[in-house]
Structure formats: C-alpha cells, structure tokens
Design a protein around this ligand. Sequence first.
Ligand SMILES: Cc1cc2nc3c(=O)[nH]c(=O)nc-3n(C[C@H](O)[C@H](O)[C@H](O)COP(=O)(O)O)c2cc1C
Length: 186
Amino acid sequence: MQRRIVIGICGASGAQYGIELLRALQPLPIETHLVLSRWAEVVIGEECGIAAAEVRALADVVHDNGDLAASIASSSFLVEGMVVIPASVKTLAEIATGAAGSLIARAADNMLKTRRRLVVCVRETPLSLPCIENMRTVALAGGMIAPLSPGFYHHPESLADLHRFMVGKVLDLLAIDNQQFQRWGE
Ligand SMILES: Cc1cc2nc3c(=O)[nH]c(=O)nc-3n(C[C@H](O)[C@H](O)[C@H](O)COP(=O)(O)O)c2cc1C
C-alpha cells in the first residue's frame, strides 16, 4: 500500500518547523499531502522568507484548506497519519470540538475516528484554559499533543538544530525512522 502522511500548516508562529518536516519527508518513499491554511500563508511570508508556492512545491499533493471534497477529507482515503505543524489554538479548537469546517480539521477528525496517528504541534504561549482543555480533549481522543518546545540537552548551536530536534520528535511520533537529532543515551 502507498505510504501517505498528511501535513497541515496553520497560521501560527513557527511555520519553519512545518517546512523542515516537509524537507525531511521529501527523500522518503512516503506520499505527502499538504494543506496550508490562509493564515499559514501570511505567517510564512512574515517569518520564513520563502513564498507559499515554494512550500507547496515540497509536497507530493497539495490541497486547499476549503476543499472538503479533497481525497483526505474522506476516511476511506487511507493515510498512515497526520501532523498539524504548527497548530494554531483556533484549529486545535476545531479538532477538539469536531467542528470540521476546514480540511485540516476534517482530516484530523478522520485520524481520531479511525484511530490513526494524529500529532498536533501547538504553538502558543501563555495558554488559556480553553486551549488547555482542548489539548486534553484531543489527547483523550487519541491524538498526540507535541508543543513546539524543543529541548536543549542536545546542545543546539543554531535554529536549524532546534528545527531538526522537533522534526525528529514528530517523525518518531509518526513511527518514521530518522536520525534528525542526537538521542539521549545514544
Ligand atoms: C504573524 C502571525 C503570527 C501568529 N501566531 C500565532 C501563534 O503562534 N499561535 C496561534 O494560535 N495563533 C497565531 N496567530 C493567529 C492565527 O493566525 C489566527 O488565530 C488564525 O485564525 C488561525 O487560523 P488557522 O488555524 O486556520 O491558520 C498568528 C497570526 C499572525 C498574523
């Protein structure tokens, strides 16, 4: 069966993490399905110094966040898992409530209802109680909450080191072999 992973990028700070994840997945025999929200495009323009079109070019298949007729909108279209990186508190809320009005939230709901891997890389600080409750709800439903808060025990020397740490952690959660970062004890 064709291996497939869905990547949703929201309009939260830290879009570079999503871009680096796409780059890490590119050489692998895994079909990537990318959804950029409208606000993700704004943040990419603001923070990353790269055009949204260049980010789309890193994926095998690109979907519009408003296209609820896309393949990945249906749970009959088989994918191994999905990561939302970065995830805004707004899309987290959509996932937690099942209000699947965007393709990112709809595809994430498909992961939860079929017990497939869903990694939600929330980026916000501080956190409101509603956001904390939404993370709790998604975790109870089987999703993995992986806040974009890299560790420092691998002695990062650059932003790229921090990106690799988070990308490696996310690939681990998706059960994809990788050597992105120095593991503790190895
Ligand atoms: C430059 C910029 C940075 C933002 N950073 C964050 C953030 O870190 N976390 C967050 O939850 N929202 C952030 N927002 C607000 C979201 O973009 C906004 O809530 C939007 O509705 C999210 O929609 P989306 O999840 O469909 O992308 C940011 C907005 C802008 C313009």
